[in-house]
Design a protein around this ligand. Sequence first.
Ligand SMILES: [Zn+2]
Ligand SMILES: [Zn+2]
Length: 813
Amino acid sequence: METYDPQAIEAKWQQVWADEGAFAVPNPGDGEEQRPDKAYVLEMLPYPSGDLHMGHVLNYTLGDVITHYRRRNGYSVLRPMGYDSFGLPAENAAIKQGAPPRPTTEQSISNIRRQMQRLGWAIDWNRELSTHQPEYYRWTQWLFLKLLEAGLAYRKQAAVKWCPNDQTVLANEQVVDGHCERCGAEVESKKLEQWFFKTTVYADRLLDEIDDVEYWPDRVIAIQRNWIGRSEGAEIIFRIEELDIDVPVFTTRPDTLFGATFFVFAPEHDLVPELVRGTEHEQEVLDYVRRTAAGTTLERMDPDKEKTGVFTGRDATNPATGEPIPIWVSDYVLTEYGTGAIMAVPAHDERDFAFAQRFGLPITQVVVPADEEPNGGDGAFVAHSESERLINSEQFSGLAAPEGARAIVEWLESRHAARFAIAFRLRDWGFSRQRYWGCPIPIVYCDDCGIVPVPEEDLPVLLPEIEDFIPRGRPPLATNEEWVRVPCPRCGAAARREVETMDTFVDSSWYFLRYCDPHNDQAPFERRLVDYWMPVNQYIGGAEHATMHLLYARFFVKVLNDLGLLGFREPFMRLFNQGSVNYQGARMSKSRGNVVPPDQAIARHGADALRLYILFMGPVDQDKEWQDTGIEGVVRFLNRLWRLVHEAAAADDGAAAGDGPLVRKAHETIARVSDDIGRRFVFNTPISAVMELVNELARDASSGARFAAETAVSLIQPYAPHVAEELWAVLGHERLWEQPWPVADESMLARETFELVIQVNGRVRDRIEASVDESEEQLVERALASPRVQAHVDGKKVQQTIVVPGRLVNLVV
Ligand SMILES: [Zn+2]
Ligand SMILES: [Zn+2]
């Protein structure tokens, strides 16, 4: 028997798979045999900036196990790979290295591809794509033109979020707690002309149709809903008589209208300059606007920050009271919410209250808790409560708050001063960037014709090479005059190209469609092919994409569906967020210096050991701690498996395997592993199950040893495909990657296993396959190990455990 040499075995089988194109999958109609059922397994594509890290290894190994499992269960599995190689992350990596983005990015790609191949992932390499290649971005540009044609892309001046560090505009979704999602810098506000996609047109459908997915984590659905932010209320018109202007505001509390004692504009609001033009307040107000524009959203939203503001000298009419109320400008009002102007109700809104106190503005209480008398007066703050009634609201006084709201809006509706309205928090997606390394926007500006789209036959508009790509606040492409000057496609006069580029997220909003038809040079994809493969059956990626990428991809798919380019409305049927890989107590990161490089782990222990360990560490959706001793344990297991399989191969129990304990154990293991991977989507416990089987094999190899060995090798194959393939050959077989997944013989299980129902506080949280041989302690232990159960126990102490043998475990926390 040779010793287990992972480096040699892995190189050998990777060569076999590459030579055979083992994991390439034909498209329907390609003439090759098509399996009856399809599965599209997709992991979010990596930004090519440097090396793969352990988070990638976890993500893609998980996808790999699912791919092998589905393939061996008879599915035609599409499992592609690509690189999100255009845009900020790749460009920032290049700037850090002091080199131009193209060679840096391409070097990263070839390095990452080498690492992926070294890990032996079952990828269809024929479908590989990089978003920075003209063959790809030609179609990104084409799709932009389709959206433009459909009236879903437009350019306008707007107050936008600006990252002073990255020197570019950010989408609202890229601002996290007032900071740049990429670099962490505090975000500023700036007025700029920008390209937008009309995501708001799809707000209601983005909200409603999320119900059509099969399974997304509750948390992600909640984040999407919250980001889209539907609220019901009313739009109320406040009239500025002197200027003959009506200003609509959205409020969820029209019942408090009688308490609106002043009016506030955000500093960026377009009307502000007009309000004060030529008045004694002009200078002071415009100074204030300039000063506060630099403030970050975070500062502005800080409830403890002292409120600032200026009076405009103007009044608006409260349509309920008919009284004039003063108009102020203050930075505590943000343009991203509602209309950028508010009716201030200081008695019942904390920020309005703080502002009114600071500037001595009137405070009128208009609602009280239903069972209380008004507490004597104005000037106090009264928080909203569960059940309220109106006071100080003329004919509406005494009504319960919801009725009051309805009655007030209906009353004003007849005077065209209010209407019921629904507001969304979602804003249009600002997608143009003042950066070099991105997809050029196929637009030409002509003095006579205005904004002119580049004709489809002239695509792609190639990104030119330029000397200085460092971001300095204006688009670097503007420096390349030769490229910028172009005849107008419509009239032929001298015109100029758009010099801004598209945000990375545009590239990644449709890449999953291109995988279905990656070499098409007539169209981004053929509808027949995307309709065959899509929607993605299982999508896997980081929870940090809960708003941006998932929202944009869903928007694109809905638009393309409306344009008749594809036949479905949601791109991702099942979504899974993997946890992070920690080391020395914190998430692995270069800046912290706590990184275990995958290359190093592979050189020391082999790819199979790394693949096994990364999934063995713990439940895949939770954060896990890397232990050097942990991977060594996995290596010992592989060595043991190696030795025992060689011994079992020499034994011949052939048809005489019978139904001895080892054979029963093997069937039980098949049932457990299949149930864990296929139904429960749990990936660490199958490894323990195979380890148990191997332990049994070591203890008693008298009868059924060969069957147990074959079973162990077959079940471990998705995790450790190289050593499994080698051992499969030792057992006298070939091409394990194409073998049907083993099926447990039910008659061997009948007395052995049952479905254990696991409850937390009396509610069913999981069901697992359990053995009748397991003790009550073991059942409780396994119940506690279930990730679904852990999510509900949530770190709390288990007070009591109730075990009904053969049926259920109830944990009381
Ligand atoms: Zn930044
Ligand atoms: Zn023209």
